[in-house]
Design a protein around this ligand. Structure first.
Ligand SMILES: [Zn+2]
Length: 93
């Protein structure tokens, strides 16, 4: 079992959450070339180590937030609501 720290509700069981994907992916401009849109929609890295992710507290407050999780150990460094500052980027906890 993994406890995920929702910024609104505190630590909760992972079964209450839905994974939303890589939080570092940037949406291209509406007039960007098709190759950029293809990469945005379909291409994802498979990182080993610290990764910034989007999560939805789907069985709780229904808020989207970012967290940094180690994909090898499932250790979670920090989380933040989307309107707050991003979790520390690129730094080890
Ligand atoms: Zn919540």
């Amino acid at each position: 079992m993994m406890l995920i720290p929702c910024p609104c509700c505190g630590p909760r069981n992972q079964t209450e959450f839905t994974y939303g994907g890589d939080a570092s992916v940037k949406r291209p401009a509406s007039d960007a070339p098709e190759a950029e849109w293809f990469a945005f929609v379909y291409l994802r890295d498979n990182p080993s180590g610290w990764h910034e992710e989007l999560w939805l507290h789907s069985a709780g407050c229904r808020s989207w937030f970012k967290l940094r999780r180690n994909t090898r150990t499932h250790e979670i460094a920090d989380s933040a609501a989307l309107h707050q500052a991003n979790p520390k980027q690129g730094a080890e906890p």
